[in-house]
Write a protein that binds this ligand. Structure first.
Ligand code: GCW
Length: 654
């Protein structure tokens, strides 16, 4: 099926299917299900465009064979071989066959050249999920999509599920092509209207699930912990109360009546004002397990978020440390969570800053299923007005090993990310932010993949047949863009310094005297948060060795995290040989220069990129530069005024 409409083809433009669409293909699958139908539809469509042919059954002299076999590749794995002029994809489940097809699409002509010994592909993470922070009713402060920078919601408009779900279907297709297999369709902050999706409005969720299913995507729902009260009229939501447990069991039974393969619930409890088990003196394991028990008979999962901290902190109190909160709350509960409860942990201990250490919780709950949560939506990384390619950041986090080894295994059981997509014609506001969505899926499948290679894949798929100069230009613009963003914003891991509320643009002291627990403690002598065990909040001690020791001392702490772990004088010399203050000045000037260079490179690609796309990115670069200069000047002026230390190079600081 072709999706024409007022939106971009992203990484599945027609041209990406040239190699498969111009071949003779054969599909062999004894009992065809909806996923096999999807595979057939994709091939039939590509063949109609490029002159190939696809048949089902057998007997043909095919160049591409896609076959369901009894190989033990799991539901999602596939094997690829090429021999005697035939490329063969085998899989033991429909999802595997679809992923195999998209793999062949990615390989393009290479899939049909030479010989290929059997390669087996299986996803590293069984659960590869996107959370949408979409509201059904437009929220007075957060709008339709909380922290959304890509227009309205793909799912919801005018207070209900969209009548035309064609675009959701196209979204599902894009997600399948990068390996994502689960989507939660509403915000974790569950307001009054959204609460009802669980009960009388479940039909709207079912309609969405119907269009995502053919792409192997299971639908999940964010629910409010207070549902038994707000929807069921019970006097309590105490998770150990029998009536409450019964209410969840019955509500869940009704959900499965409508959505047989429903994925489960996502819950933000006792966090930033959301209700939770603390009100009843119960633990988060009690809370999660009540929902898990309701889901268990149907194979559903509860994703329980670990983002629990005190957001009414007194800034005068130096002993409370928000970074400690998730570990302190949850490690005592290790082993108590049900087998179908997954604790969903933000990758860093604070909140999706441009630089954070990996959360120590990820190594500290061996008897609990954990999922790592990333933020594809660029709340703190330029809000899709700045080009900021996050592949390298995620790759670094996913390679982190709590015991010190750096390896390509898994950091947790599942991977979740907050989506950056909306109803914007380019899906993601900034067209180059599509690369982040693509990369999330690919890294969830294979966290050991080289992020630069993943970016290369995205470039090649998005711009089939383009000149080498375009790929070089896109790499030049994106490869180092995370580092560029880090340079002109908050330095050395200290974080925040953003404007309160919407979080866009600089405000060095914006959160300094606020209740949110996000401080930098800059004074005339120095800056940073002492999180050591010896003299600080003790956060560094939440890590196992060697990290606890590495982070404890400024001598061994990596430069980029220095101010996250230590309060140091401006004259402190980094491993780089620079003082902290000179590092701040230098990086802020460099960051702006790099953004200027990226804008220049992009301008030079005008002849190679479709005009509307080129113009959209060009316009975003103007804003990025304006904003980067603002960051540079505010941060540099602030620290010059605090420290009184002049820039060694005598540049203009206001
Ligand atoms: O990053 C913060 C955001 C909130 C968000 C919260 C969370 C959905 O500023 O908008 O709420 O995290 O992750 O729950």
């Amino acid at each position: 099926m072709t999706y024409s409409g007022d939106f971009d083809a992203a990484w599945l433009p027609s041209g990406a299917f040239r190699a498969v669409g111009s071949r003779r293909s054969l599909i062999r699958a004894a009992d065809a299900g909806p996923l096999v139908e999807t595979v057939y539809g994709e091939l039939a469509d590509a063949c109609a465009r490029f002159g190939g042919r696809v048949v089902r059954g057998g007997g043909e002299d095919a160049e591409l064979v896609l076959e369901l076999t009894d190989d033990d590749l799991g539901d999602e794995g596939f094997a690829l071989t090429r021999r005697d002029g035939t490329t063969t994809v085998t899989a033991s489940g429909g999802r595997g066959l679809l992923y195999g097809l998209f793999h062949v699409v990615r390989l393009g002509e290479d899939a049909f050249a030479g010989e290929r010994a059997r390669e087996e592909h299986r996803p590293a993470y069984a659960s590869r999920m996107l959370d949408h922070w979409d509201n059904v009713a437009v929220h007075p402060v957060m709008g339709q999509v909380e922290r959304g920078y890509a227009g309205g919601s793909l799912f919801w408009a005018d207070g209900r599920a969209r009548g035309d779900l064609g675009r959701v279907r196209a979204y599902g297709r894009l997600l399948a092509a990068c390996g994502i297999n689960a989507v939660a369709v509403n915000n974790v902050n569950v307001h009054a209207t959204e609460a009802r999706l669980l009960t009388d409005r479940i039909g709207e969720v079912a309609a969405i699930a119907d269009v995502l299913r053919p792409y192997g995507i299971r639908t999940h729902l964010s629910v409010t912990f207070a549902a038994p009260m707000v929807l069921g009229g019970l006097p309590t939501a105490d998770p150990l109360d029998e009536a409450v447990r019964g209410w969840w069991a019955e509500a869940t039974r009704r959900v499965y009546e409508q959505i047989g393969d429903f994925g489960g619930y996502v819950v933000k409890a006792d966090s930033e004002g959301q209700p939770g088990p603390f009100a009843y003196g119960r633990s988060h394991a009690d809370g999660a397990n009540t929902l898990a028990a309701a889901l268990e008979p149907y194979g559903g999962t509860v994703h329980w978020r670990a983002f629990v901290y005190d957001h009414h902190q007194d800034w005068r109190d130096r002993s409370t440390d928000r970074a400690r909160a998730a570990y302190d709350h949850f490690t005592p509960l290790d082993g108590e969570f049900a087998a179908n409860a997954v604790l969903q942990v933000k990758h860093g201990p604070m909140d999706f800053q441009v630089r954070e250490p990996v959360s120590p919780l990820l190594g500290a709950m061996p008897d609990t299923r954990l999922a790592v949560e990333l933020q594809v939506t660029q709340e703190y990384t330029g809000q899709q007005r700045h080009a900021c390619w996050l592949g390298p950041m995620w790759s670094e986090a996913l390679r982190f090993r709590p015991d010190g080894e750096v390896s390509a295994g898994r950091l947790a059981d599942g991977l979740v990310a907050v989506s950056n997509a909306g109803d914007d014609p380019f899906w993601t506001g900034h067209p180059l932010a599509q690369a982040n969505l693509y990369a999330f899926g690919r890294l969830a499948w294979d966290p050991a993949a080289d992020p630069r290679a993943v970016l290369g894949e995205w470039i090649a798929l998005t711009h089939p047949g383009a000149e080498e100069r375009l790929a070089d230009g896109l790499h030049a613009v994106l490869d180092g863009s995370w580092s560029t963003y880090e340079k002109y914003t908050a330095p050395l891991g200290v974080g925040f310094m953003v404007q309160p509320g919407h979080h866009y643009g600089p405000s060095v002291d914006g959160y300094e005297y606020s209740p949110w627990g996000t401080y930098h403690f800059a004074d005339r002598d120095g800056i940073g948060v002492d999180r050591t065990t010896a003299t600080g909040t003790g956060y560094a001690g939440q890590y196992a060795k060697p990290w606890a020791e590495v982070y404890e001392s400024p001598e061994t702490c990596p430069d980029e995290l220095l101010l996250f772990f230590h309060h140091v004088p401006y004259g402190h010399v980094l491993h780089s040989g620079k003082t902290v203050i000179q590092h701040i000045y230098d990086t802020h000037f460099e960051g702006v220069e790099e953004a200027e260079e990226a804008r220049r490179v992009w301008a030079g690609l005008a002849d190679l990129v479709e005009p509307a796309r080129h113009a959209r990115v060009a316009e975003r670069f103007e804003e990025q530069l304006r904003s980067a200069r603002e960051w540079r000047d505010q941060v540099n002026s602030y620290f010059l005024r605090k420290s009184g230390v002049p820039d060694e190079r005598g540049r203009t600081i206001h």
